[in-house]
Design a protein around this ligand. Sequence first.
Ligand code: MFK
Length: 562
Amino acid sequence: MSFNQTPPTLGNQYTDDRVLRSYLKRVLPPEMLSEIEPSLMEMGRLSGGELYRMQLADRLNEPLLTQWDAWGNRIDRIELTPLWRAAERLAAEHGVVATAYERKQGQFSRVYQCALAYLFTPSTDIYSCPLAMTDGAAHTLLSSGNQSLIERAVPHLTTRQPEEFWTSGQWMTELTGGSDVGLTETIARKSADGVWRLYGRKWFTSATTSQMALTLARPEGNEAGGRGLALFYIEMRDESGRLRNIQINRLKDKLGTRKVPTAELTLEGTPAELVCGETDGVRNIAPMLNITRLWNGISAAALMRRAVALALDYARKRIAFGATLIEKPLHLDTLAGLQAEAEAAFHLAFYVAEMRGLSETGGIDEDESLVLRLMTPVMKLTTARQAVHVASEVLESFGGAGYVEDTGLPVLLRDSQVLPIWEGTTNVLSLDVLRALGSDASRTLQVLKTKVSDWVETARDDRLKSAARICLSALTHAESWLMLARQEDGSAMEAGARRFALTLGRAVSLALLVKHARWSFENEGDERAAAAARRFSSAGIDLLNAQEMDDARLLVNESSTR
Ligand code: MFK
């Protein structure tokens, strides 16, 4: 008699997702939900069925770069894997970018788009990367006011016709690094014919198969730093399909996101168009970053949901020590903690999507704009760290099977690990949080606290009230910490920036969980959202308990005294 384990399986990923369905029911007008639900159902069906099977079958495939043809011509052609080719077509057809620009759902178009992306992402091996950049490019071009580029590119970026659909790259990182973008070395020269041409090396260009890219370069003679850079638009290929003075040197050999054709490029006089002026490139590309950071958070929530769904399904089937794993109190407790993290991340990411949608449809005031600017990096960095933690725990929950490649599980951890790195590392984004708060920090924090108080004040039972108290006290502590740190030298504030940002992220997530829990109990008679809020409230919200700079220095010091 031999024993074989039963692998985890997935059902319709929309139907099975209590959190997504309950959230959409709370946020969307009922007739709107009925109208869009068939498309979500279809995406959920694909994601748990056909696409998931295709993803497992595509496991060993990777993009292939061919630099030379048989006759000695440099061609630099990248071939995508079958999964990614299917994903590109499906993304266009299902409007995974387009929905946000068609605006048929008004202020809720972003929420709807993010719901589609959330369902689509985990079965397509991070096809969300090119989609995020495509969305970011459309948003940036529209904000730039450059009418000819808007007319030329935006219809392609936002179409539902696969043959017309373009994706965009976002080329920022150079050998000088991915964080301090102001060090960019690529030079822009204007030739006699009035055409700008770019010369330099781009060191980490994601999804190089795109038709266009937005990138930064320094017009010759401009000052150093981000202010001296300009934002440029590039079309990758000419009418005959040849790359326009771009060489693809090699594809990156990365820990994860192996389907994403990330490349090192040399620009050798690549023709480019200015998007908006000859300076302030970093400021002008920022709209793109704010969209890709939203996608990062939605992808983090989506990968957590996938990981926990597989772990739960397996726990219901796997028998060890005489019972299914789900019947084992310790295993159950571990999974409950992961579910609570995933729910918290979901609500935080979709809150930013709601705010983004409001902002795009003119329904946001100045105070709320400050909150959106603040919460975008807060949400990105918080959810990304959660995704790595959850994916790692989920692999462990499978025991040895979680460490074996052909279960399709290890990729969850590898792909999650990119989320705190790209689009700004946790530390860089923590500093961005301080920048977003700017000189008027108390005003922005006050607006945030007022919102959070509204969400939690009606908490129903005593145990939810305690979650509400934890959340409010963490926010108050964060505010007083910031005010005190500001009075000290800059290093105190910088050293605590990450714990400060994570405290904001976890406190606001908890407030959103409490808010949703109350609604779900009153409208659906469901206690599970409240259980998530209670569980999350005891998982570390206020991370600012005194950890002084002196101790930090001592810990990493080579000597044992201060
Ligand atoms: C799954 C989905 C994910 C999709 C992934 C897609 C593929 C990923 C490919 C990449 O990873 S692309 C590279 C991503 N790189 C980054 O995210 C860069 C990380 N570094 C930062 O974010 C730095 O903070 C930054 C480069 C912005 C610092 O540069 P600077 O030159 O020191 O900026 P500075 O002087 O602080 O800001 C310049 C202006 O931009 C200021 O405005 P003013 O000129 O009016 O004063 C800032 O306020 C503004 N700004 C900066 N960040 C902003 C912003 N405005 C709005 N939103 C922001 N986020």
